[in-house]
Design a protein around this ligand. Structure first.
Ligand SMILES: *[C@@H]1O[C@H](CO)[C@@H](O)[C@H](O)[C@H]1NC(C)=O
Ligand SMILES: *[C@@H]1O[C@H](CO)[C@@H](O)[C@H](O)[C@H]1NC(C)=O
Ligand SMILES: *[C@@H]1O[C@H](CO)[C@@H](O)[C@H](O)[C@H]1NC(C)=O
Ligand SMILES: *[C@@H]1O[C@H](CO)[C@@H](O)[C@H](O)[C@H]1NC(C)=O
Length: 344
């Protein structure tokens, strides 16, 4: 069930034809006509990708790349017109405006829900997209950091793109392999909280992030951005990324009922849930260290929480963090996205 996607760099930064066009302030399009455009057509016709990930922000406008013409063909006349999914880097300054999903700048991590499908594209090595000879082990994200990014992303309607830069001769170095195996082992236990889930009405309580599932999706729009909270129907998953003080999790967004149950994925027993004026308190101190399903990041599955009506999208529009059509207003420039990325 893995879908096939292709990355395409519009730029060959040091191609002489490109440099000539650039010197002419992009009034000529020799590089596009002779190199990049025919290559894109060839990729689609020969390999029928499900995803085409264009890397074409920064120097030249979408009009230079002929992006509009290409996308019109891709979505109407190409052999993948009905299935293709693309990102948003189709020219300088157009990211976050067009595309099946938005990738904005690298490491995009808004911390709030964004209704248009988006993506956090990040790398195992915090500073490089390739294997760097000067990389040290401290430069590689820890498993906890990777799961934290995963949780922050999917609870806000994003997809995680995790890059592994191969070596010049095509190898995946052991420290990258180790991280992938660790994340895979974690997903084998906690995948239920990741796959086929959607955001919930609340995205997080401090550093605890939520996803959700419905028992019955009867009459539900499959493209809904988040699941509603209904006592009978909604299952909530809380990603606990730091072990709480005294083993007691305090979750203001969780409203319990007499039927509420809480379990840690990968652990058999039930957990006690108390209601307090600060929200639900879940006691995980009773779980012996040797019984913990993983060494880092745990998921609590919550069922039969109180029915609650809340629309996180309208809430953010009201606060001015989203425009009325749901675009993220708060980070409206490339620089803002970059700043946000480097802060993480
Ligand atoms: C390109 O633009 C720059 C800056 O606006 C200008 O100095 C230069 O003369 C232009 N070059 C051409 C070939 O038009
Ligand atoms: C699609 O193909 C038709 C028939 O060949 C052609 O008339 C039309 O211009 C094409 N549209 C695009 C967007 O390429
Ligand atoms: C959720 O996380 C964001 C970003 O990290 C933070 O600004 C916000 O205060 C958190 N919300 C709650 C309710 O804890
Ligand atoms: C956990 O709670 C459920 C529902 O209340 C109950 O059926 C089950 O036996 C409990 N499991 C354990 C291990 O106590």
């Amino acid at each position: 069930g893995v879908h096939f996607g292709l990355y395409f760099s519009q730029y060959e930064w040091f191609n002489r034809l490109y440099l000539n066009d650039k010197q002419a302030n992009f009034s000529s399009q020799t590089y596009v006509n002779d190199v990049s455009y025919p290559q894109m057509i060839e990729l689609v016709n020969n390999y029928q990708p499900d995803v085409l990930w264009s890397d074409g922000d920064w120097e030249a406008a979408d009009t230079y790349w002929n992006s509009e013409r290409f996308l019109a063909w891709l979505f109407t006349n190409s052999s993948v017109a009905k299935s293709i999914v693309v990102n948003d880097r189709w020219g300088k300054g157009v990211s976050g405006q067009h595309g099946s999903f938005y990738s904005f700048a690298d490491h995009f991590d808004p911390g709030h829900i964004v209704p248009h499908k988006w993506e956090n594209c990040m790398t195992l090595d915090k500073y490089n997209w390739m294997t760097s000879r000067t990389m040290t082990s401290a430069d590689v994200h820890t498993v906890n950091e990777l799961i934290t990014q995963l949780a922050r992303t999917i609870s806000c309607n994003g997809n995680l793109l995790l890059n592994i830069g191969p070596t010049h001769d095509g190898r995946i170095i052991p420290i990258f392999e180790e991280r992938l195996s660790e994340v895979g082992a974690w997903l084998a236990i906690n995948g239920e909280a990741v796959y086929k889930t959607k955001p919930w009405i609340h995205q997080n309580d401090s550093n605890v992030w939520y996803t959700s599932k419905l028992r019955s999706t009867h009459n539900k729009n499959p493209y809904r951005v988040y699941n509603p909270q209904k006592e009978q129907n909604t299952i909530v998953y809380a990603f606990v990324l730091d072990w709480p003080k005294n083993g007691k999790l305090i979750l203001p967004s969780i409203q319990v009922t007499s039927r509420t149950s809480a379990r840690m994925l990968g652990y058999k027993g039930n957990l006690s849930v108390l209601s307090s004026q600060n929200g639900a308190i879940i006691d995980i101190s009773q779980i012996a260290f040797t019984k913990l399903p993983s060494l880092t990041a745990w998921v609590i599955k919550l069922e039969y929480l109180a029915t609650e009506v809340f629309d996180p999208v309208s809430d953010l529009i009201e606060k001015g963090w989203l425009t009325t059509d749901g675009s993220p207003l708060r980070y409206s420039t490339e620089r803002e996205y970059q700043r946000l990325g480097s802060a993480n």
